[in-house]
Ligand binder design. Structure first.
Ligand SMILES: NC(=O)c1ccc[n+]([C@@H]2O[C@H](COP(=O)([O-])OP(=O)(O)OC[C@H]3O[C@@H](n4cnc5c(N)ncnc54)[C@H](O)[C@@H]3O)[C@@H](O)[C@H]2O)c1
Length: 441
């Protein structure tokens, strides 16, 4: 840890406890000695990044020393919140490159839209910082590869991808049960994700860039485009240059669990894909609102079903996974887990035990704590870049298939290309806009 003498202490709050109720208590007891601190900075402050920062600050000895956002209002509002809740006064920046010059920063949290993740991660690694970068780890296959290679090169740095279910109790328990043979041989995982927001916002006209927003810095390496609220804060997800729609937004989280159940660390070799826009009214969106994807694996299959614009789903849940084994089906979402046993022929004897519990808490706090622990121990975190890449490849490949009209794509990971579609190969690598260049790793 050289100059950084961060010493972990017993954590004060249970992850997922309502932050509103814990913040004042934390703020009051925050007396931090210089030898006992971890200095973090946040780049991209509006929504998830700020939540992740708050989880950091809910741990003793963690300081927020810098914030960066291209939107003055977001930056000033978040800075005021940090002062009110934690009595801390971070330095403020609109250009993340300036923030990265600040010497006392140990780790950065990246909470920008997806199209910035790769570039800012690489800059941060080069500046000698540990990195917590939100999921999906990048918005393209090439950027995922670059990040994995950069992580190998900067092997002394800790990088946590924000797939927090890896640190959450429900899915850790699910993995214990599946790998402990509770449902017998796992043969299939059915995944569903139905969310209203995935159809995009109502269509609104373009407008001049509002005051206080550096829109060119928001676009960054993405192509130049006029300003539109329906493509901006929060809603960028539904536009290919910045995100991958519901497929990637929820896909990386849930597919990650289908992969973890069999310890699969590779991209899919083959995907069968249906993608369509079938919502009844036009919305501001380029990504698909309906997707079905089959991922055949060796002796195992994962099935993804997604419908944006609706909120109901199987087992009375808008999203979840059904792990289907010979002895039973384990159904899980972030807050509950149920095992439905198979029945033994005529005798109706259950083949496995019934089992269920409801946990009801999010796992961001646990994932942040794992990151902090790893900064201290220098151990590998719960979701390192190679795990993030495997999940991201499972969403980018079907999106590329749907965009190019291919119903099946075959991926050769060694060659780094699709073997059956030149149109798909053209979407592997994004074209960065001047002055930004795709990092070389
Ligand atoms: N792990 C999870 O459960 C989870 C949940 C939601 C979002 N996310 C991820 O978090 C990330 C952010 O999503 P969000 O919902 O908070 O988006 P958002 O649009 O609400 O916030 C993004 C912020 O980044 C800022 N920003 C954009 N470009 C910037 C730049 N160059 N420098 C500094 N700031 C910049 C924007 O101004 C905005 O304040 C995404 O990658 C998303 O996929 C993860």
């Amino acid at each position: 840890m050289d100059r950084r003498k961060f010493i972990g202490r017993t954590m004060l709050t249970a992850a997922g406890a309502g932050l509103a109720s814990v913040l004042p208590a934390i703020a009051k007891q925050s007396r931090i000695s210089p030898s006992d601190t971890l200095n973090v900075a946040l780049i991209g402050c509006r929504n998830m990044g700020f939540g992740i920062l708050q989880h950091h600050l809910s741990n003793p000895g963690v300081n927020c020393v810098a914030l960066c956002d291209i939107d003055d209002k977001v930056l000033n509002d978040r800075s005021a919140e940090i002062f009110k809740s934690f009595n801390q006064k971070p330095e403020l920046y609109k250009d993340f490159r300036k923030l990265l010059e600040q010497k006392d920063i140990d780790a950065v949290i990246i909470g920008t839209p997806d199209h910035w993740h790769c570039l800012i991660t690489i800059y941060a690694l080069q500046a000698g910082k540990d990195v917590y970068v939100e999921k999906p780890m990048a918005n393209s296959i090439a950027e995922c590869n670059i990040m994995v290679n950069a992580a190998k090169y900067h092997s002394n740095r800790i990088i946590q991808i924000g797939q927090q279910q890896r640190s959450g109790f429900v899915f850790q328990k699910a993995m214990d049960l599946i790998k402990g043979n509770m449902i017998g041989k796992l043969r299939r995982t059915n995944i569903w994700a139905n969310f209203g927001y995935g159809v995009g916002q109502e269509i609104v006209p373009d407008e001049p860039v509002p005051e206080g927003i550096d829109f060119d810095m928001w676009l960054g390496p993405a192509p130049k485009r006029t300003f539109n609220q329906a493509r901006f804060h929060g809603m960028w997800r539904m536009f290919w240059d910045y995100g991958g729609g519901l497929m990637s937004d929820w896909g990386v989280h849930l597919l990650d669990m289908g992969l973890w159940a069999k310890d699969i660390v590779n991209p899919p070799e083959r995907v069968l894909v249906y993608g369509a826009n079938s919502y009844h009214e036009p919305r501001s969106r380029e990504t698909f609102d309906s997707m079905t994807v089959i991922y055949p694996k060796e002796d195992y299959v994962i099935n993804w079903d997604m419908t944006a614009g609706v909120q109901n789903g199987p087992y009375d849940s808008s999203y979840g996974l059904a792990f289907i084994g010979d002895l039973g089906t384990l159904v899980a979402d972030r807050s509950r887990l149920v095992i439905y046993p198979e029945w033994d022929g005529e005798g109706k004897k259950p083949k496995t035990e019934k089992y269920s519990f409801t946990e009801g808490k999010e796992s961001h706090g646990d994932h942040v704590r794992n990151f902090i622990d790893c900064i201290k121990s220098r151990n590998k975190p719960a979701c390192p870049p190679e795990t993030g890449r495997a999940a991201a490849m499972h969403v980018h490949i079907p999106n590329i298939a749907a965009r190019t009209g291919e119903s099946m794509l075959i991926w050769d990971d060694k060659a780094g290309r699709f073997t059956n579609s030149e149109a798909a190969n053209k979407l592997i690598t994004p074209v960065y806009r001047d002055p930004w260049t795709l990092p070389k790793f």
